[in-house]
Design a binder for this molecule. Structure first.
Ligand SMILES: NC(=O)c1ccc[n+]([C@@H]2O[C@H](COP(=O)([O-])OP(=O)(O)OC[C@H]3O[C@@H](n4cnc5c(N)ncnc54)[C@H](OP(=O)(O)O)[C@@H]3O)[C@@H](O)[C@H]2O)c1
Ligand SMILES: *[C@@H]1O[C@H](CO)[C@@H](O)[C@H](O)[C@H]1NC(C)=O
Length: 369
């Protein structure tokens, strides 16, 4: 009797090879669905990268990678415990001690101003700002529908808070030799979005659909913002700023953490979990590739006004959105954030350069105070 027909072959080898083919297939599928890996491996020693919502998901993976490549990284987060946990992990994995946490609540415009003021004092220059933090379909009891300032939360956090933050940091983004890079994390869901500046709450839409529409709106606002900022960079900042936005893909993160599913849906979620492997979902590291690409690639120094996905520029933002609407939105946001007044209140004095000083000491001082 030959080995091929033997019992060992039938009972062990055949099932084993079946299992490994299936596993290999899943891994291949995942690799393929995961999109492109960031093609460059350049170091960014000494560059300063500010990332919002960096304690989790795509932001954390982006922070990890730029820290590994030598950047000074500021994690802007609103839960300092979670932020410090992330910072400890990033410092350990990257062997880079220049990773610090600073308090930032994008749902509170005064907090945004304070964060901007703090880091302006600490940093002579900012090379990259990653507007990454975001919420999707937030609702009670996990959180409130509105921000502290009374704006609808998705618009407030995903767009308005970042609008103010970017504007307050412009001086530090434009004072270097190379243009500062602003990277906005949007989503291809922006395509389904619409903005009526007179009805930013979408009070005419009901229930679940309203929350969907509000997410799409906030992501469209990100694209419009990128486009406005790009045009303003040309007209007002001598192209000392580049502004691009990205769609990270569908990524397995905590993005829905403030959304509540009905109790009868929850068990289905856990049943579905093992099959996540088979779906198109990217891992956070895969989802972070385009952010990393835009933050680090030397060939992109002057690249501005583009919409990116999988490390490739898909289209200029001016082809994707209405420039007039972008201007109107910008003007409204200046009003809504009291931009002029908040900007005047910031006094950038007392430089305390955390890019070169002992970062650990500063973060200890902060947690003990
Ligand atoms: N996941 C996807 O499939 C997907 C698809 C397209 C676009 N995106 C975009 O990718 C970005 C990153 O999301 P993610 O998927 O990585 O989700 P995530 O893991 O939930 O990360 C979002 C981060 O935003 C922070 N955040 C929420 N509200 C905040 C506030 N008021 N102030 C400051 N920070 C706040 C969160 O902090 P806490 O943990 O402290 O709340 C968290 O660190 C978002 O802009 C999202 O719209 C994601
Ligand atoms: C989601 O949040 C939990 C709790 O804060 C954290 O432990 C986990 O790492 C987060 N997931 C991702 C993908 O970042």
């Amino acid at each position: 009797m030959s080995f091929i027909n033997g019992p060992v072959f039938n009972r062990v080898i055949v099932p084993l090879s079946l299992v490994s083919s299936v596993c290999g297939g899943i891994l291949l599928l995942r690799e393929k669905k995961g999109g492109k890996k960031c093609p460059n491996t350049n170091r960014v020693d000494g560059k300063v990268v500010v990332i919002t919502g960096a304690n989790s998901g795509i932001g954390k993976e982006t922070a990890k990678e730029v820290a590994k490549r030598g950047a000074t990284v500021i994690l802007g987060c609103r839960h300092m415990g979670k932020c410090e946990d992330a910072a400890v992990e990033i410092r350990r994995l990257s062997e880079n001690k220049h990773v610090v946490c600073r308090f930032l609540n994008l749902a509170d415009l005064n907090s945004v101003k304070e964060f901007a003021e703090t880091i302006q004092k600490e940093l002579p220059h900012i090379d990259v700002l990653v507007n990454n933090a975001g919420v999707m379909k937030p609702r009670p009891p996990k959180t409130t529908f509105k921000t502290d300032d009374g704006f609808e939360r998705q618009f407030g956090v995903n767009h308005l808070g970042h609008f103010l933050l970017t504007n307050l940091l412009l001086e530090k983004l434009t004072n270097g030799e190379e243009p500062g890079r602003v990277i906005n994390i949007t989503s291809d869901a922006y395509k389904q979005g619409s903005i009526d500046l007179e009805n930013i709450d979408k009070s005419d839409v009901e229930g679940e659909e309203r929350l969907n529409q509000l997410y799409y709106q906030s992501k469209l606002a990100n694209v419009l913002f990128t486009d406005s900022l790009n045009r303003r960079s040309k007209s007002e900042y001598n192209e000392k700023l580049v502004s691009n936005c990205i769609h990270p893909g569908i990524v397995d993160t905590n993005i829905s953490q403030y959304s509540t599913v009905p109790f009868y849906v929850a068990p289905m979620y856990s049943l579905f979990k093992p099959f996540k492997l088979l779906t198109a979902m990217k891992t956070p590291l895969q989802g972070a590739q385009t952010s990393i690409h835009l933050a680090t690639d030397p060939s992109l120094t002057h690249r501005s006004g583009w919409y990116y996905s999988d490390c490739e520029s898909i289209a200029p933002t001016c082809d994707l959105c209405d420039g007039d609407l972008a201007d109107q939105l910008w003007k409204k946001c200046e009003e809504w954030t009291d931009l002029a007044e908040r900007r005047n209140k910031i006094k950038p004095k007392n430089q305390n350069n955390i890019a070169t000083s002992d970062v650990k000491k500063i973060s200890q001082k902060q947690t003990s105070s």
